[in-house]
Design a protein around this ligand. Sequence first.
Ligand code: C5P
Length: 224
Amino acid sequence: MADGVPVVTIDGPSGSGKGTVTQRVAAALGWRALDSGALYRLVGHAVAESGIGFDNEREISKIALSLNVEFNDGSVVLDGTDVTDRIRTETAGNNASKVAAMPGVRAALLDWQRGYARPPGLVADGRDMGTTVFPAAGVKIFLTASAAERAQRRYKQLKEKGLPANLAALTAEIEERDARDRQRAASPLVPAADAVEIDSTALSIDAVVEQVLRLARRAYPDRA
Ligand code: C5P
């Protein structure tokens, strides 16, 4: 991390609301936002497209090192193709979680992620932002919600987009992905020792955003 750059990390399982909270907190502070999950989703997508098996860590790590990606105004372009929607599917999330268990892939993405810590500040969303990528961050949040609530939120999102959704299948997928993220040896999903845990099951997004902003302003009174 660039010395002295304020960093807020927001880690937690899928569907806990960290993506939305990260974007809102970054906008309120005028800082950059890093959606680290998108990088793992991009690697998973590139692997699926390449035909390389999901067990070939050597080749997959090479793909992670040489991704040709552009982020423009909310859209994600991989090798000239807009993949914004394609990397958001449940399949893409599952493929991301498979490649994310590989130490070679995590190492390939480390410097790239740290490069996002530039003035005036960064809000970083992921699984290991506070434990591995930005261990010196001034504010670390671990955002959770019950698996049932997270599946319900995802169900609602899909329905709103007019996409097919099955609550039981979503719950099973969320639980499977959580288990893989928590049990892997490389950067498992665990709260940093100095993280503040927030359970969003019964909280509104506004309430969570307010709480994170309060912590950011306390940690960085001159910058936030
Ligand atoms: O956050 P999102 O659901 O987009 O992340 C997709 C997957 O990428 C996660 O299930 C997890 O396996 C992986 N990931 C990770 N470390 C991060 C961010 C995401 O392992 N910092």
